[in-house]
Design a protein around this ligand. Structure first.
Ligand code: G
Ligand code: G
Ligand code: MN
Ligand code: NA
Length: 253
């Protein structure tokens, strides 16, 4: 409860910050996109979401904090554009209550308009479970988001319990292959087979494939050879502050 009160104060007093992890093509290092990741600047300590995201997701903070993250990202994208930086797409993690509460598409539409950011530059990331609990409701909300032009990515792909049939039912633009498979890609034959199967399925469904948790050059080489669209991980960059990402973007101009 003390943690929840701390988070309430964090929201009211602007103690949350967003960090960004770059996504690049596996053959080159140009930054195409970034994932927005929430942090809590509690005094001098930067608290990672593992320590608090569950509390947010299980409280009435989930919708307002979610909205805060989206607004912070769009405000930042506007600043990058005004600084003359190349356009990148940013993906934001969205949790189940944000989808089931309703109104997410309206909120995002209003914010896109306010900051004058094209919808195609925003993706949302969901885990498979979000689609399964109340599929009808999820489908309605995702179709609204899709109609705005926002992309939808399935996060931690391959770890869920769902059948693959939902890939034909839900408007999915991107599969983010869970880092557990990517980790063992170069050393475990079965993980390699799973990654190749996901990449092949994504290609055939015309869905973009992203590998998460790329930590070494062998993984990068395999993913490049197998046609993975984008990679993300410590090999490329850790999540960094908005200013650091800005410098990385400037450096590649
Ligand atoms: O940045 P880090 O690796 O510590 O993130 C840990 C987890 O927290 C990830 O699974 C990520 O999906 C989740 N997370 C990070 N930022 C957000 C956010 O803004 N909203 C939600 N719902 N989850 C987030
Ligand atoms: O669950 P989600 O994929 O949204 O979470 C992203 C999380 O993965 C972030 O907490 C981020 O810090 C972490 N992460 C990003 N790249 C790597 C990596 O190369 N290795 C590991 N172990 N974690 C990573
Ligand atoms: Mn994610
Ligand atoms: Na993930």
């Amino acid at each position: 409860l003390a943690l929840e009160e701390g988070l309430r104060t964090a929201l009211a007093e602007e103690q949350f910050v967003v960090h960004y992890q770059p996504l690049v093509e596996p053959q080159q290092n140009g930054i195409h996109a970034a994932e927005a990741l929430l942090r809590w600047q509690r005094g001098s300590e930067l608290v990672m979401p593992g320590a608090f995201i569950d509390v947010i997701e299980n409280s009435d903070l989930v919708v307002p904090v979610g909205r805060w993250v989206i607004e912070a990202v769009l405000r930042q994208m506007r600043l990058w554009r005004e600084a003359g930086l190349p356009e990148i797409r940013v993906s934001v993690n969205v949790s189940e209550p944000q989808i089931t509460a309703g109104g997410l598409a309206e909120t995002i539409a209003e914010l896109l308009e306010r900051y004058d950011i094209p919808a195609r530059l925003l993706h949302i990331e969901l885990i498979e479970r979000v689609l399964l609990h109340d599929p009808k409701r999820a489908l309605t909300e995702l179709e609204r988001l899709r109609a705005l032009g926002i992309g939808i990515a399935l996060d931690d792909f391959g770890t869920g319990y769902s059948s693959l049939s939902y890939l034909t039912q839900f408007p999915v633009d991107c599969l983010k292959i869970d880092r557990s498979f990517v980790n063992d890609l170069a050393t475990d034959r079965r993980s390699g087979a799973i990654v190749r199967a996901i990449l092949s399925m994504a290609r055939n469904l015309d869905i973009c494939a992203v590998a998460e948790g790329v930590e070494d050059i062998r993984q990068q080489r395999i993913l490049a050879a197998e046609g993975c669209n984008l990679i993300q991980g410590y090999l490329i960059s850790r999540p960094v502050s908005a200013n650091t990402l800005m410098r990385l973007l400037e450096a590649q101009q």
